[in-house]
Ligand binder design. Structure first.
Ligand code: ATP
Length: 229
């Protein structure tokens, strides 16, 4: 583990705390989200990885479950895990009124956690490609690193020009010892699952065992989520 800010380690030099942030709609949460969080944790020796369900997403509309249900399912997805896994849920975006902007979340976290902690925004390649459409996206790098990985066949070639420019300036082979500002790649085994595909299966009345934690599937079943009206 990277240790806490100010904690003396080995030679007496304080190690910088590192926190990963996996935002998403989690509609519903699935094994791909958990695999992403674990892969980032292991690649960057993170002290904690927080899953942050979006409140009212300004980019995705017509989601199947309410914000409260998505939050409840995300909590269930990590509830049974060993605390040593260091996966937690942060509910601030669901509690916030109005549209959810990641830049606001990062600002809040900076105030709470201080200037020295390293924050890593963990996103799959589909979201990296989208990054220039995010609200005040260029401010993200003042607040956090961006850690990204190839999601299935969605590659990192042919990115939008403004993102290519950021990648050229900020791309690093390994995580620098700074609180924010770099774009770093990490690898994870492909986990071929998406919430869209899960919702389709659930709508057909199937139970996608193995693709989402059992407690989440039980919740979906007992609340009759994603069924045809
Ligand atoms: P939807 O199908 O509704 O668009 P989703 O499955 O893409 O949902 P999100 O909640 O939008 O899930 O994703 C949150 C984050 O998790 C994003 O950064 C996304 O790239 C990543 N992610 C989702 N599924 C996977 C997966 N199978 N492998 C790696 N990363 C994933």
């Amino acid at each position: 583990m990277a240790g806490g800010v100010g904690a003396a380690v080995g030679d007496g030099v304080a190690a910088r705390r590192r926190i990963g942030l996996v935002g998403g709609t989690f509609d519903p949460p699935h094994v791909g989200h958990l695999a992403l969080a674990r892969a980032a944790r292991d690649a960057f020796d993170l002290d904690e990885v927080r899953l942050l369900p979006t409140g009212r997403s300004w980019q995705k509309t017509g989601t199947g479950a309410s914000s409260a249900q998505r939050l409840a399912m995300t909590r269930l997805a990590v509830a049974g895990l060993d605390p040593a896994e260091r996966l937690t849920v942060d509910d601030r975006e669901v509690r916030r009124d109005g549209p959810t902007y990641t830049v606001d979340t990062l600002r809040e976290l900076r105030v709470e956690l201080g200037a020295e902690v390293a924050l890593l925004l963990v996103i799959g390649s589909d979201q990296l490609r989208n990054l220039p459409t995010w609200h005040r996206w260029f401010e993200l790098f003042q607040l956090a690193h961006v850690a990204t990985t190839q999601r299935e066949r969605i590659g990192l070639e042919g990115l939008p020009a403004e993102l290519e420019a950021e990648l050229a300036a900020r791309g690093r082979q390994s995580l620098p010892d700074t609180p924010a500002g770099a774009i770093v790649l990490f690898s994870m085994p492909a986990v071929p699952v998406s919430a869209t595909a899960l919702r389709a299966q659930l709508q057909r009345g199937e139970r996608p065992d193995g693709l989402s934690p059992p407690a989440v599937l039980d919740y979906i079943g007992s609340n009759r989520l994603y069924r045809q009206p």
